[in-house]
Design a protein around this ligand. Structure first.
Ligand SMILES: Cc1cc2nc3c(=O)[nH]c(=O)nc-3n(C[C@H](O)[C@H](O)[C@H](O)COP(=O)(O)OP(=O)(O)OC[C@H]3O[C@@H](n4cnc5c(N)ncnc54)[C@H](O)[C@@H]3O)c2cc1C
Length: 463
């Protein structure tokens, strides 16, 4: 279809002011938080399900590639329009439609910012648990697209465990509902399939989420280690004792240094690593549990373990953790975050191998990650403008994901596959597995217009 005609048809659907097509606008939608870049043909900002449905029907009729976009913070190229086409930006669909306290559910549009929603429900004494570090910017639609995680997902599970239902616009514009307020449903678990599908099966236009009572008490500890291995051993030892804290986050020296240059947290700059351990729940028994955890830390050679003395100290520890990705810009201008997962008992061994990879390719690697889940985030720091260094970084990143797969883990903990890890899917799937995934994709999208080129490689893995 002629681009001008497409723009005119989209304007008829959403109004003149909600279609973007200048070079400047398209450039702004050509990237996300990954290293990938590609220009869309047009960007459209719908205001309702009905408009999304009409846009999808048009794309279907004309076989035009189409992808959904929240805030574009994904780290894997999920919103980079490699086949051109239409980007559907959900920023106008940002209303919280219902907070139903008796049923402990909330229904939102996909463009709601994660932290705005969490702040709103907290005022009513409730929490929505998934807490990606990007929550100030990310949208709930994007969180669904990637099945996002966060520090609290050790105890409470990732996004999919908190989605009860969804309104989905299918490839041809039909609108369907899956799930709802009841805990169980007849038929296929479509919402389970949809969460984490990276916009390749349809677009979510309403999302029903689970709310939980806010914990009455929280205790946060900072454990300081002279070796990363001691910190990693502590993680397995805590869980082996039958304790599941709300969070078990680790940060190594290189990342602590970068954080201290941006936010003065007071991390010990001569230490190899710290663990941020948080307990939440009822106040009864929490002191005893904190004592048990501190004893486990001591058994694993902790240099020092201390409790945050008040909310302000707790907030600053978390500000450091949540600002860590941004802070590594102090070390080098760009980074690749390798989001791989391993069984937590393999953490000490895999972390040493990650540092070896850094030495082999001569690139600095910092670690800040969800240690309790075994979800590593080695941050390889470099300068994107140096093609030779970038090539080394991409090799190092792939090798780290292979290490994770070989240790019985996988190539994504929470950031998805997108474009950047599409070749690495072969580390964890064989050709039969991938053919089965393609069959599912084609049942929803036989013309391959929904976020094409993402998630599933179009080539065989040869195994
Ligand atoms: C500094 C930083 C820290 C981060 N920390 C974390 C973290 O702790 N945990 C974590 O999990 N991730 C983290 N991320 C990654 C990222 O923030 C998450 O993946 C987030 O969920 C993306 O949200 P978004 O609104 O930016 O989505 P986008 O990047 O816009 O989209 C993500 C995917 O969802 C699809 N999509 C968007 N809207 C819809 C919709 N309505 N229907 C169907 N598909 C849709 C898109 O097509 C794309 O494939 C971090 C990123 C950065 C830059």
């Amino acid at each position: 279809m002629d681009i001008q005609l497409l723009i005119d048809r989209l304007k008829e659907i959403v109004g003149d002011g909600h279609v973007l097509s200048s070079d400047m606008d398209l450039t702004l939608y050509s990237y996300d938080a990954s290293l990938e870049r590609a220009m869309p043909d047009v960007v459209v900002l719908p205001g309702s399900t009905e408009e999304v449905s009409r846009i999808m029907a048009l794309a279907y009729e004309e076989k035009i590639p189409i992808l959904g976009r929240g805030s574009g913070t994904n780290l894997t190229g999920g919103t980079v329009p490699i086949a051109g086409g239409i980007v559907v930006h959900f920023s106008r669909m940002n209303r919280i439609l219902e907070i139903d306290i008796p049923n402990r559910t909330a229904t939102v549009e996909p463009g709601v910012i994660t932290l705005d929603f969490q702040t709103k429900v907290l005022k009513r004494g409730f929490v929505y648990q998934p807490d990606p570090a990007s929550q100030r910017v990310s949208t709930l639609g994007g969180n669904i697209g990637e099945n996002s995680g966060g520090p609290h997902c050790l105890k409470y599970g990732v996004t999919t465990n908190h989605v009860l239902g969804m309104e989905i616009v299918l490839n041809d514009g039909k609108v369907v509902w899956t799930g709802g307020k009841c805990p169980d449903h007849a038929g296929y678990d479509i919402k389970g399939l949809f969460v984490g599908s990276e916009g390749t099966l349809g677009l979510a236009t309403k999302i029903m989420l689970r709310l939980e009572r806010a914990p009455e008490a929280v205790k946060t500890m900072l454990a300081i280690y002279d070796t990363i291995q001691d910190g990693a051993n502590t993680v397995s030892a805590i869980i082996a004792e039958g304790i599941v804290p709300a969070t078990l986050e680790m940060m190594d020296n290189i990342v602590m240094r970068a954080v201290e240059e941006t936010i003065k947290v007071g991390y010990p700059l001569d230490a190899a690593a710290v663990l941020i351990i948080e307990l939440d729940g009822m106040p009864e028994g929490m002191d005893a549990q904190a004592e048990r955890i501190m004893a486990i830390c001591r058994k694993n050679n902790v240099r020092e373990v201390k409790l945050a003395k008040d909310d302000a100290e707790r907030a600053i520890l978390w500000a450091g953790r949540k600002g860590a990705f941004g802070a590594v810009g102090q070390v080098r201008p760009s980074y690749v975050c390798c989001d791989g997962t391993v069984p937590r008992t393999r953490l000490p061994e895999v972390l040493s191998k990650v540092l070896e990879v850094g030495r082999k390719y001569n690139v600095p690697i910092g670690n800040v990650f969800h240690a309790g889940d075994g979800n590593l985030h080695p941050l390889i720091m470099f300068d994107d403008r140096d093609p030779e260094e970038k090539a080394r970084v991409l090799k190092a990143s792939s090798e780290i994901l292979k290490l994770c797969a070989d240790a019985g883990g996988t190539i994504s903990g929470e950031h998805g596959v997108g474009l950047e890890k599409i070749s690495e899917t072969c580390f964890v799937f064989n050709d039969t597995d991938l053919e089965f995934e393609r069959t599912i994709k084609h049942a929803f999208d036989p013309d391959d217009i929904l976020n094409p080129g993402k998630l599933i490689p179009d080539h065989p893995c040869g195994r």
